[in-house]
Design a binder for this molecule. Sequence first.
Ligand SMILES: Nc1ncnc2c1ncn2[C@@H]1O[C@H](COP(=O)(O)OP(=O)(O)OP(=O)(O)O)[C@@H](O)[C@H]1O
Ligand SMILES: [Mg+2]
Length: 490
Amino acid sequence: MSLYELMRSGRDPIVFATDILGLRLNHAQNRWFKTLVNGEEWAHRYSVHVAANQTGKSLGAAVLLLWACIYKFGVDPSDENRWAEAPYNWFHVAPSQNQAYIALKDIELLVRGAHPSQVNKCRLPAGLVSFTKVDTYYDGLTTYHGAEAQFRTTEEKARALQGRRAHGITFDEAAFEPHLKSVLNEVLSMRLISTGGPLIIVSTPNGINDYYEVVAGIKDRGTLVPDSNGRVWVTDDGQAVVWSTVDDNVGFGLAADEVARQERELDPATKEQQLRGAFLEPGDAFFVPGAAILRAFRSNLPDLVPAKPGRVYIAFWDPSDPMAAYVLDVTARPWKVVQEIWERKPSGFASLMTQMYGIHAERSGAGDPVHGQSVCKTGYDETGMGGKIVAERMAGIYPRQGIDLSGSGKLKADMLGELRARLLSGDLLIPAGYHGLKRELLSYRLNDARIQQDRVMALAGATWLASRGFTGKTHAAFDPSATFARPAFR
Ligand SMILES: Nc1ncnc2c1ncn2[C@@H]1O[C@H](COP(=O)(O)OP(=O)(O)OP(=O)(O)O)[C@@H](O)[C@H]1O
Ligand SMILES: [Mg+2]
């Protein structure tokens, strides 16, 4: 085969890795590349590879981005001159600068034919790739046809990428980026809009955090690819999750006896994460067992069910920062969550009031002659709210109830305990689409102020109010006119 033909056949990344770089891709890398590329096109614009430690993630990302830059993959190659002139910018990112350079070091070895994983001679033409400085002092690479790859950190919200167009982004060790969701949504995705290039995320899990939420979101909407052995999920809007375990690299980068030793010796608390890429709930998680909690999440429940005549609703607001609120339909058992409101940066008290009034009015305003009028009771965590003034501003919302959690902590513990019991007993069902709530529940620990918990507290408040019913003392206290009689729905 001539070099020209060889390079041509390398437009397939698996052929490129095998015939040109002289690698034997392992099972994880094969599965990953097959999911990403379909003939002349990127098959998935947004993908996450969830993989155990030492499965060839960094090497795989290095091969992919080298391949994409050499072929300027995604740019139409039919007009050769235009293809050669076209700009092509790849960003390989990781939570720290050093982690980002791992892939660059792999590439430096690969193109010299000096990487330990190369079992055959490297046939990449000399001079096709050169190593340069970008932004004066970062190491990067350029190709003969003018593609450029940069290796940068996502620190400071991936500042290095602000304002740049990218034809593709690879993101290694993503689970260890503390602000993963905002880096993905507010920075990285934006860089790719005009080019349509792929965002390729890869990482071993790191507990129940943003990474979990991103993966759960795709898996929930996606379908399992039939011949993938339970390892690949894809959605019809171009997203994919690929899952790989340590045995995918056995016989390639890892020896079987080394893995057997790890099976024996690794700390059981983290072994499943390290060897099989499992998302582990914290050892002192409050909402356990996680698997039973997850059964409360139902895929047949829509994210939002509008108010319906004759229904009984509970709304509960946790107005902290971030702000969270839930509406429950408690007309009959099991109770169902019918609405979620969540704002990472709430826009102030006036806006909160508008929303509380709006939802309360909507939920108590649906009626028809057959079912009668819907009713709603609104509760809120008044701990951080300015007492009397707030109560005055809320005069138009009733029945309503403020809960003060600033006391001994007993009330809070009771509320959380009640929520846990309701979830485990199947009394409370939640739409499967509420990934943020799912993640907060699975990672919730008592006595940990650092974790995000607004959604958990809002749902606990709603459940707490619901358990107390409309009638009885709590109700009467807020309903002096007493025209609001409804049967208790305990
Ligand atoms: N296809 C392959 N053939 C042979 N060796 C490989 C292959 N893929 C990876 N390796 C080797 O396996 C080891 C792990 O690879 P790599 O560092 O890319 O994995 P990783 O999943 O990024 O690991 P970590 O979890 O430490 O980040 C390295 O020694 C690498 O050279
Ligand atoms: Mg790695």
